[in-house]
Write a protein that binds this ligand. Structure first.
Ligand code: UD1
Ligand code: UDP
Length: 376
């Protein structure tokens, strides 16, 4: 017997930025495939263009859109506006359980608002830690605080689960699921065409992204200088989809705008970005999601940060932490560009972040959690 609409349990999924849309699209799909759930989605729209681009690709149409993004938004102001707006959503929709993903302001505020109202909250991609309060900033603290507030913790890896247990969380509340980004990637790869992103005249393509707040200013400048040094070799082409944050744009455009072998482009749609990763020889990034995707595609990653909450790729040997120092980035990239054996050792396929079935595990665990709680 299928559940009637009144007996279905309402699950609200809160989505704020580009990576959350990518990583929650498979979860929304897995929840919607089960008759016992009524799934509602709310876009805080902490991102506007980046979010809309991704929602369209995954055919996700949010039931509610808070349209919160403002140009150059400050953290405190965004947090304050989001808290008020999300609390109204919780009051209006009375969900049985709420899910959010990752480490953004949207995740922390959603968890906090659920805590205030006593609504169960499940954290997707729980347990990642660098152990340094301000790196990445503010994401490390968003994760720690969300971990204290959440009722269910969906850890992408065994290490992430171990981090949560070490903080004293009950074992029954923690489930290792794999990362849903691998679900999204596997769904997308067969749908992409890498040929428009192939480098010309035998050159090799370096794909670059940057957006971290702790890198604004001198570190980002140093990354730009390193990229100009690499482009000057003549045997590489750099493809750099530039994040819309004005603090990123101004620096990158000013220092790399005129270089003949550096292509600064608008952020790519998800299938285009996956195609660009497939065509890339090397990926240089400070992105969390890209660090997780590249190993599945067998692409070496140089991580433009001083530390990472994703050590699994480093341990698998497909990623290397190179920091933001100009000489360090150039040396690490040169070693891979000039030494085929060193390159081959890193360019191996590895799947430390999941098997592509994380979303189903999350939906199943949400079902058991709600089955144990009487409908209000
Ligand atoms: C946010 C998250 C970060 C995540 C990243 C993914 C926080 C504190 N930061 O960083 O964890 O890794 O998203 O990309 O939650 N902007 C646009 N259009 C867009 C998106 C952003 O113009 O579609 C510009 C706006 O000027 C905005 C600024 O970028 O004010 C910053 O956006 P915000 O969401 O505050 O931070 P991100 O740096 O994108
Ligand atoms: N991505 C994209 N277009 C781009 C750059 C990145 O679709 O131009 C995707 C990428 O494949 C990954 C996600 O965006 O899944 C990462 O987002 P971002 O780097 O903004 O955030 P983070 O993962 O660091 O939180």
């Amino acid at each position: 017997m299928s559940p009637t609409s009144s007996s279905r349990r309402r699950v609200l999924v809160s989505i704020g930025t580009r990576p959350e849309a990518i990583k929650l699209a498979p979860v929304v799909r897995a929840l919607a495939a089960r008759p016992e759930f009524e799934v509602l989605t709310v876009a805080t729209a902490q991102h506007r263009e980046l979010l809309d681009q991704i929602l369209a690709f995954f055919e996700l149409r949010p039931d509610l859109d808070l349209d919160l993004m403002r140009a150059g938004q400050g953290l405190a102001e965004l947090t304050a506006r989001m808290t008020a707006a999300l609390d109204r959503v919780l009051s209006d929709t009375s969900p049985d359980l709420v899910l959010a993903q990752g480490d953004t302001t949207t995740v922390f505020v959603t968890a906090l608002c659920c805590f205030y109202r006593g609504i169960p909250f499940g954290h997707v991609e729980a347990g990642l830690r660098t152990g340094r309060r301000r790196s990445p900033f503010p994401e490390e603290m968003n994760r720690v605080l969300t971990g204290r507030l959440a009722d269910l913790h969906f850890a992408p890896t065994a290490r992430a689960a171990a981090n949560l247990l070490a903080e004293g969380l009950p074992e029954a509340a923690v489930l290792v699921t794999g990362n849903t980004v691998i679900d999204a990637l596997r769904w997308t790869v067969p749908r992409v065409d890498a040929s428009p992103f192939t480098a010309h005249d035998g050159r090799r393509s370096l794909l670059v992204t940057t957006h971290r707040r702790e890198s604004f200013g001198p570190p980002l400048l140093s990354i730009c200088h390193a990229l100009a040094d690499l482009a000057a070799r003549g045997d590489v082409e750099i493809l750099y989809p530039v994040h819309p944050n004005p603090k990123v744009r101004e620096t990158v455009r000013h220092h790399l705008g005129d270089h003949p072998r550096v292509r600064l482009v608008e952020p790519l749609g998800y299938p285009e970005f996956v195609a660009a990763m497939t065509a890339a020889h090397l990926v240089l990034t400070d992105s969390g999601g890209v660090q997780e995707e590249a190993p599945s595609l067998g692409k070496p990653v140089l991580v433009l940060r001083d530390d990472t909450e994703r050590p699994e790729g480093i341990e698998a040997g497909t990623a290397r932490l190179v920091g933001t120092d100009r000489a360090g980035i150039v040396a690490a990239a040169t070693a891979l560009l000039d030494d085929d054996d060193a390159y081959a050792a890193m360019a191996r396929r590895a799947n430390p972040y999941g098997d592509g079935h994380a979303a189903e595990r999350i939906a199943e665990r949400v079902a058991t959690h709600l089955a144990c709680r009487p409908a209000p």
